[in-house]
Write a protein that binds this ligand. Structure first.
Ligand code: GLA
Length: 390
């Protein structure tokens, strides 16, 4: 965990006074259910024990000053901000959330902020959602706004969609808000309801960063979204009531899949299969059947690789290696894909050896170093535990 005392000291050094508040919002790893959220489907993520922290004090004017401690950079704007910053791209997440809060009609006063994070950036662990949610919650607290968790997640997503320009779904922001220690959440991305499922204490969630840079992820991601919309448009010919791929059952798809052109057919097959894997997976885990859950993770990876085509060779190597190692129940790429991280469920008694063997095999096969994080499922956004100062 990031050192709160040092965060407080950095704040004091920069602004000459202690922060009034420190907010923490976690990154996430998704156990199963990828590329389903923007199809109104199901996801099954955990909030991880790596987070973005915002230290803050309110101001009496409309100025917002914000320091990115990890980058040694700083930006300033006002609560009425409408412009993106090209000089401080990281600041657009903060600007976007401020703008989204104002558009939603929330009155804001200025603030002095300092941000630090131990969520690896650009690795697919939702560092951006953590920053958006931490920022939104900070302004909520400073201005005593009455905002429900769902609204906070939607505002954060809206900031990313319209201000940052990535057409992401709602998963990352929702889990950063609602995450629960030692649980994964089965989230229905249509009505945003969720069910916490306890993670068995005998298994560890192991995240492995391939360090393959996620190039083109924005454009390829948006293209996948369009292909799913095309699938819905075509399937409406036979099923006029469907609103999203979520509404198509395995049986309905089997009847008409041959009528769809490629790659739309393969994309739809992934989404429809992944939705049912996610629902069944959550039920299996709830029933204590980790082995069944692991098999579904493996199937999910094959589907993301072959039908959705969002894997890269390095991730396939990591996943195939992990699946062979002792104590591993299942392994798959996680998040958007095109590089980034894999997730494996591993028996706690073998986790150390698993991590070492995975790193070594990856290095031997690709010449690259991987970083392994054994994650604990943590709580969603809130005030950071602090050391008693106010
Ligand atoms: C990214 C997006 C999410 C989700 C995943 C894929 O993380 O931000 O909304 O679509 O990709 O499951």
């Amino acid at each position: 965990m990031l050192n709160i005392t040092s965060l407080r000291e950095q704040y004091q050094q920069r602004y000459g006074i202690h922060p009034r508040l420190i907010v923490r919002a976690p990154g996430r790893v998704n156990l199963i259910g990828d590329h389903t959220d923007y199809n109104d489907g199901f996801v099954f993520p955990v909030a991880i024990d790596r987070a973005t922290y915002v230290a803050a004090r309110p101001r009496h004017d409309t100025t917002i000053r914000v320091v990115a401690a990890d980058l040694g950079d700083e930006d300033a704007f006002t609560v009425d901000v409408t412009e993106r910053s090209s000089g401080h791209p990281w600041s657009n997440y903060v600007r976007g959330v401020v703008r989204a809060l104002r558009i939603a009609g929330h009155p804001l006063s200025g603030a002095d902020l300092l941000i630090a994070s131990d969520v690896p950036r650009g690795a697919g662990l939702s560092s951006s959602a953590a920053l958006e949610v931490a920022t939104g919650y900070t302004f909520q607290m400073l201005n005593r706004l009455n905002i429900l968790g769902e609204e906070l997640a939607l505002l954060a997503q809206g900031a990313e969609n319209s201000f940052v320009g990535v057409q992401c779904g709602i998963m990352d922001q929702l889990i950063s808000v609602f995450g629960r220690a030692d649980h994964a959440l089965l989230i229905d991305c249509r009505d945003l309801s969720y069910r916490p499922v306890p993670l068995p204490p005998s298994v560890a969630v192991v995240v492995c960063d391939s360090h393959v840079e996620r190039a083109l992820v924005g454009s390829a991601y948006n293209q996948r979204r369009q292909e799913c919309e095309e699938a819905v448009r075509l399937l409406r010919r036979w099923y006029p009531k469907i609103l999203a791929l979520r509404d198509v059952s395995d049986e309905q798809f089997a009847v008409h899949q041959a009528d769809l052109p490629e790659p739309v057919r393969a994309r739809a097959r992934h989404v429809i299969g992944e939705n049912s894997r996610t629902v069944h997976g959550a039920a299996a885990l709830e029933a204590g059947d980790v082995a069944a859950f692991g098999r579904l993770m493996n199937e999910s990876h094959a589907s993301l690789r072959d039908d959705y085509q969002v894997s890269v060779p390095e991730m396939d190597i990591l996943v195939a290696t992990a699946q062979q190692l002792d104590g591993c129940y299942g392994s798959r790429l996680t998040g958007a894909g095109f590089g980034g991280c894999t997730v494996s469920l591993v028996d706690v008694s073998t986790v150390q050896r698993f991590s070492n063997d995975l790193r070594q095999a990856y290095q031997a096969a690709t010449g690259r170093d991987a970083t392994v994080y054994v994650c604990r499922a943590s709580d969603g956004v809130g005030r950071a535990e602090d050391d008693g100062h106010e």
